[in-house]
Every structure is written in C-alpha cells, then in structure tokens.
Write a protein that binds this ligand. Sequence first.
Ligand code: SF4
Ligand code: SF4
Length: 87
Amino acid sequence: MFPPSGRLIYVDTKGVYSSMALFITDECINCAVCVEECPNNAIFFGAQHYEIDPDRCTQCEGFFAKPQCQEVCPVDCILLIPPSSPS
Ligand code: SF4
Ligand code: SF4
C-alpha cells in the first residue's frame, strides 16, 4: 500500500511508517517561539519540553512553503524523523 500523495515515509526496524508530523527532540530549550508560528495549534508543552501533536501537524501544508516551527527554532531541535529508538 502506498502512502497518500505528498506524505513522507520512512522505514524503521518494524516496517514502513507514514507521517506528516514533525518531532521535537530533547534539545528543546522551551523558548516557545515555535508555538505562535504553528497554523494548526499543533505545538503544546509536554512532560519535559514542547511537543508536536502528530494528529494536527501537517508540515504547514496549505499555509507555508516550509514548516514554520523548523524555520524559527533557534536550536534546530525540530526534526522530520524521530531519532531511532534504542534497540
Ligand atoms: S510543521 Fe507547521 S503544522 Fe507542523 S508543528 Fe510545525 S508549525 Fe505546526
Ligand atoms: S522553538 Fe525550538 S527550542 Fe523553542 S520551544 Fe520550539 S522546539 Fe523548543
């Protein structure tokens, strides 16, 4: 089965995963700059730092040419693909 057009895919150890959502790493310094930029209100404060709700994040499709949270993050801690889980 192919992912819907425009969706990004990556392959992990368990198979192919399809997602449009970005991911905030533990490097986040909780500056909150990204929160106001998100057109989908997808960014919220989680247990330790800001996180992205994968059900809301659309990579800014229909709003901006590039993910705005990535554009403004001062420490570049917003990634397209989650870091690999330790095996
Ligand atoms: S990529 Fe866009 S929609 Fe997704 S969290 Fe970042 S600002 Fe929000
Ligand atoms: S802009 Fe980057 S460092 Fe600041 S809260 Fe968002 S993810 Fe964290």
